[in-house]
Design a binder for this molecule. Sequence first.
Ligand SMILES: Cc1ncc(COP(=O)(O)O)c(C=O)c1O
Length: 387
Amino acid sequence: MKMKFDFSDKIKKLPPYLFAEIDRTKQKLRNKGLDLIDLSIGDPDILAPKEVIKSLCNSAKLKENQKYALDQGKYELRREIKLWMKKRFGVDLLDENKEILPLIGSKEGLVHFPLAFANPSDYIIIPDPGYPGYLGAVILAGAKPYKLPLLEENNFLPDLSRIPLRVRKRAKIIYLNYPNNPTTAIAPKDFLEKAVKFCSKYGIILVYDNAYSEIYFKEKPLSILEIKGAKEVSIEFHSFSKTFCITGFRLGWACGNKELISGLLKVKTNIDSGVFLAVQEAGVAALRDCSYFPLQLRRIIRERRKLLIKILNSAGFNKIYSEATFYLWVKLPPQFPHSLKFCKYLLEEKNIVATPGIGFGKYGEGFVRFALTLDKKFFEKIDLTDK
Ligand SMILES: Cc1ncc(COP(=O)(O)O)c(C=O)c1O
């Protein structure tokens, strides 16, 4: 008998994949032998620090590292994270045994987190536009999303005062992400103070996604844990992926309130068996020996950013946001209001792949995201003028 498999209601609720048409066109053009300039993916092309590679290779050879990792992660890594948080943000309250948890990449923790604290009738507040993982997290936890617009006129910061009282009262979690993907915005201290006060007042857990904390150009991004009272309500997520250009290694961490950490650990204990120990050792090498690396990375991104902004400006794109992260968030001119259509045009006519803003939520419409994850020699091939 042929079985019929029906997806679960949760899976059916996951948003449709918006980029299927772009992906198909991309493949068609590649099959024709065309060289595309792919600026769509937030995956750096830069080689990881040599210390990190060396540590991974050496550690992988040892039998003790070939076994299951402990759920809580290696002590040495947690300790190194504690030192790094102190050095980088001045946050010295972290107990490495209870307030720090290594993750299989920050996405893994961000998406699993609501399983520990949200029930089906709860709201989870997420930014729009926002990293798509948050909506997936809400749906997989069976909770209800409430989308918080990040508008250009408000420097892409949410207006918390506009969240209706019925939502505040039934919200369990709010996700905030600064430096922000996709808008590139940084959150000033007074906004973070407001957010912590808001969460304390309504008993909402503040999940702060700081995956891009080391990719900035002027102002240094803050940790939510620098804010007074934050430790009572927050958990912060960090990633090695972008800072050390090791997206494929899968390594990140959560830190902050110990009850929130212990909830996440409970979920993880039932799902995974920890991060490969050799990858954890590579993480120790990254934090301990490679403080030079984010500096080099910023220099490279800064050069690319300058070049691409110049090219876009000369093609008439004048509203370009690039405060931090390795993206440009570019406002489309009035003749191109639809980001998906614009990206299709870019791909077919200019062989450039960019991400349509609508893919990050309805408030992302009218914008396009370019990732600065290709060498600048590729940018020199870009010609946006109409022939
Ligand atoms: C805002 C944001 N948070 C988290 C992640 C996940 O990063 P990772 O799981 O590689 O640590 C990404 C990846 O693109 C991101 O853009």
